[in-house]
Ligand binder design. Structure first.
Ligand SMILES: Nc1ncnc2c1ncn2[C@@H]1O[C@H](COP(=O)(O)OP(=O)(O)OP(=O)(O)O)[C@@H](O)[C@H]1O
Length: 586
């Protein structure tokens, strides 16, 4: 299945702004109360601001022209109180929406992170971590900015504009019509250019993701870069990504700034029209000075929000482009779903592969016609030349991927019928490069064993002793409290494998896969591991992938995996012959 976010099919990618907005609103439905309160605040705010010019016009015509200054003072006071309340409602709205934005940011980031946890390994093979980080951090923040700073301003501006438009038309219909002509031009202009602006922003966000992917890759590989003195190579790649980002940012900036000057020009044209037409009407005696003062204020009240809308529209377009990138992740469905039992095929082995085929990309087949049986309590070894398909087979055993054809059965049932929890409880997998979290040895052991969360250090030590893992723990200077920094070199790869080993053994899985788990461990520790493995529950099935044949001496059965095919190797000596033969072939 295609999980590459930057190469989704057009149908997956194309979403109308309306649909995207609808889903976004569903996501923030918990904020309904705050949104309503903020909406009321902004409506009151706009209403108060709209009443202002009417009162000013009334004051000019009724009191200033008749020189009744007492009335001027009274209306001045009323206006002051009104504007004060307008300020209060404006502040309330800003505060409410700031909270909504932050909570939404939190909800969205959690939703994306949870989705990332659900997605299969192939998703992470096809997407760069840097781009995903950019979506989780940068794109969600763009949405937050829109929600906390722009949304209510957006609504407020529209309300003020509509209100001012009604006043303009109701005071004098012809003058109103003349004043609104530039607005029609603005609307048409916006409609035509908006898709282009959104596209420019989407390209820019994509290149920000690309750049962060480059940074992430070079930071991850800095040792290789230094060891091979390939700074120039990564510098060039970063330079290209940075240049691309610069180019797209210029494009997006140009697109984002095109509305403001055009809106400014057209609103000035509207003011001028009103002034000239208004003076003409006054000279003909069909209009008053007070009305013209109100009128000019309303025209300003109409066009100023429109100008603001230009900036807000840009922020809206950026937010929508970000939302598209976020929803691309949220809409993905894992293809490793739990299914109901579909076929009648069954098995009496702990695990069985029945005519399994597998391909990572849907084109090149990596495993062909695999038939394997793992019985309860037995030890199996997978050997074979590098690239032969051992790790791929192990990945299918633990359902990191699904077979392209054929069936993998666990306890006689299709492995796909188990929930992820059931499956991981039954199958333990120690990877070639185990992943550890920043924290102590204890934290890392507990990570895979939540059942021991509540136990004390002494109790945990007791549990470790009972599992015969004491000697392994003793290798760490500070025992359970030894600090580990994820990705750092505070401990060796071999030590990491030992922690992963303890973590997996304590789960007491029915089937334990060790993928080259002893490759980085000295001979003495390796003997220790092998004695622990021998003492494992008689019920535990072991699948060992190893290059070093001494690690698999005790295997009940040896499978030879070469060029995607699996054969029984029989004795160790025969396995060795096959390996030598296989190596010559490959
Ligand atoms: N994530 C992946 N995407 C595409 N192809 C892959 C992926 N992982 C492995 N392959 C390919 O699948 C084939 C089998 O690889 P696999 O890692 O299973 O071999 P292996 O026998 O475990 O090798 P090694 O002993 O070197 O670990 C190789 O040709 C490899 O290039």
């Amino acid at each position: 299945m295609n999980y590459n976010l930057n190469q989704l099919s057009t149908q997956q990618e194309k979403q109308s702004t309306y649909k995207a907005l609808k889903r976004l609103l569903q996501l923030i439905s918990a904020e309904r109360k705050n949104l309503w309160l903020a909406l009321i605040a902004i409506l009151v705010n706009s209403g108060l601001l709209l009443l202002g010019p009417l009162l000013v016009g009334h004051t000019v015509d009724t009191y200033i022209r008749t020189k009744q200054y007492h009335g001027v003072l009274v209306f001045g006071g009323i206006l002051l109180v009104m504007y004060f309340f307008a300020m209060l409602t404006g502040y309330t709205q800003t505060k409410l929406m700031g909270g909504v934005g932050q909570r939404m940011l939190y909800t969205l980031r959690s939703a994306i992170f949870n989705k990332l946890q659900e997605l299969p390994v192939s998703f992470f093979n096809q997407n760069k971590a840097g781009d995903l980080i950019s979506r989780v951090n940068n794109d969600t923040d763009k949405l937050n900015q829109f929600f906390s700073q722009s949304l209510m301003q957006f609504i407020g501006s529209i309300v003020t504009m509509i209100g001012a438009g009604i006043f303009i038309l109701s005071i004098h219909i012809e003058l109103g019509a003349a004043a609104l002509v530039p607005a029609v031009v603005i609307v048409l202009f916006t409609m035509v250019l908006s898709p282009w602006v959104k596209r420019k922003n989407a390209t820019n966000l994509k290149s920000v993701g690309g750049m962060s992917a480059e940074i992430q890759e070079s930071l991850n590989n800095f040792k290789v870069i230094i060891a091979f003195n390939r700074r120039d190579y990564f510098r060039k790649r970063f330079d290209d990504a940075n240049k691309e980002n610069y180019k797209t940012a210029i494009g997006a900036g140009l697109a984002n700034n095109i509305f403001v000057p055009v809106y400014g020009l057209l609103s000035s044209a509207a003011q001028l029209t009103v002034l000239l037409f208004g003076i003409y009407l006054i000279s003909k005696g069909s209009f008053t000075l007070g009305l013209l003062v109100s009128y000019i204020s309303y025209t300003t009240n109409f066009y100023n929000p429109l100008r603001q809308l230009a900036a807000l529209w840009t922020s809206f377009q950026v937010a929508m482009a970000s939302w598209d990138r976020i929803s691309q992740i949220l809409l993905l469905e894992t293809d490793l779903k739990q299914i109901d039992q579909v076929s009648e095929i069954s098995s009496d082995a702990l695990m069985e592969f029945k005519d399994v085929h597998f391909s990572y990309d849907g084109t090149k087949e990596i495993l062909h016609h695999i038939n394997l049986r793992f019985e309860k309590g037995k030890t199996y070894a997978l050997i074979g030349p590098t690239g032969g398909g051992k790790t791929t087979t192990a990945s299918l055993i633990s359902r990191l991927y699904d077979a392209t054809k054929g069936t993998v059965l666990l306890n006689g049932k299709d492995i796909r019928t188990y929930s992820a929890e059931e499956r991981t409880q039954k199958i333990g997998f120690i990877l070639q490069e185990p992943f550890l979290f920043t924290g102590t040895v204890k934290d890392n052991i507990l990570y895979g064993n939540p059942q021991y969360k509540a136990v004390t250090d002494d109790e945990l030590k007791q549990i470790i002793a009972e599992a015969n893992l004491n000697d392994l723990l003793a290798i760490f200077d500070e025992g359970l409290s030894t600090q580990i920094t994820s990705g750092s070199d505070s401990i060796s790869l071999g030590q990491k494998q030992l922690i992963a080993f303890m973590r997996a053994v304590l789960r007491n899985p029915e089937l334990l896969i060790l993928d080259e788990a002893t490759a980085n461990i000295d001979t003495i520790t390796e003997q220790l591991l092998s004695s622990i493995l021998n003492k494992l529950s008689k019920e535990t099935t072991l699948v060992i992938i190893a290059h070093r044949l001494n690690t698999i001496e005790n295997a009940d059965e040896i499978y030879f995996v070469n060029e995607g095919e699996v054969q029984q190797a029989g004795t160790l000596k025969h396995a060795l012959d096959m390996l030598l033969e296989g190596k010559r072939v490959s």
